[in-house]
Design a protein around this ligand. Sequence first.
Ligand code: ATP
Length: 308
Amino acid sequence: MGQAILQVQGLCKHYKGVKAVDGVDMRLNQGDIYGFLGQNGAGKTTTIRMMMGLIRPSSGSVKLFGEEVGKGSNAVLRKVGSVIEYPGFYPNLTAIENLDLHRRSMGIKDKRTLEESLHTTGLWEARNRKASNFSLGMKQRLGIARAILHGPELLILDEPTNGLDPMGIKEIRLLIQELAQKRKITILVSSHILSEVEQLATKVGIIHRGVMLEESTMNELKHKNRQYIGLQVDDFAKSQALLREELGIRDCRMEDDGWLRIYDDDRQPGEMNRLLVRQGIEVSSLVAMKDSLEDYFVRLVEGGAARG
Ligand code: ATP
């Protein structure tokens, strides 16, 4: 496990009658791209605001690089860059003028940081255009250019693809990947659409009505949600051997829950059933799991809604 960059423990924010965030635990290790998922109003922005020390938690703690936020944590916050909700700019200033204002306010001496950030975010050509003429996608990228100007180790992006068209979404995804790979920045990105972070995230946290329903690595999540055919039979060993020998199935195993699962793609449950029955095996159950990760997210959130 890598070094913990961000640790959230028992984090709560209660407004009058609203538990916006209710006992959230999270952990980001160095190098993670963390997909922070939840429907609108789930509590993502409130959690992120507490991470950045912008609002005070009702209880619980946020640690950045091992230091608790809120206790003279200005120094540690300099290691973080963020774009929270829609980034705001001076509309009559150009992109580079907006960035330069920020550079000076942050006390960054090196002017080359402007050029680097603009190149990285693909905005160099548009540097002399006024921010008011920027599309939503360009504004998001300008927000990211501003957030990386001081060379942060952790970047927090709150719904950076909200309202963007598919091309804009792809551009942001590629940019996040580049920042993680080339600049080695650890990234937290929130979204309400799982498929938007699916190709990107190494770890996922799913929040609903202020409660963290699940936190796992993307590999664990994908493994749990692999499409499979599940069988319950009266002779596991013989069934396994038959499926392997007669149908050439390779990934066929007995799981701890007593189901024989076949993970090979493009398998027809009917042909398996026919083979086993023909060989005198009793097949008491046969299920085909065809859920996508998005279905899983919806089911999890609906389960959370039923509990909540
Ligand atoms: P969105 O994507 O819509 O911004 P979110 O997951 O970021 O959703 P939050 O903005 O964190 O959700 O809001 C979580 C809940 O807390 C919502 O029910 C919201 O109405 C409530 N809330 C947030 N800020 C306040 C506040 N200052 N006063 C009262 N309630 C608030």
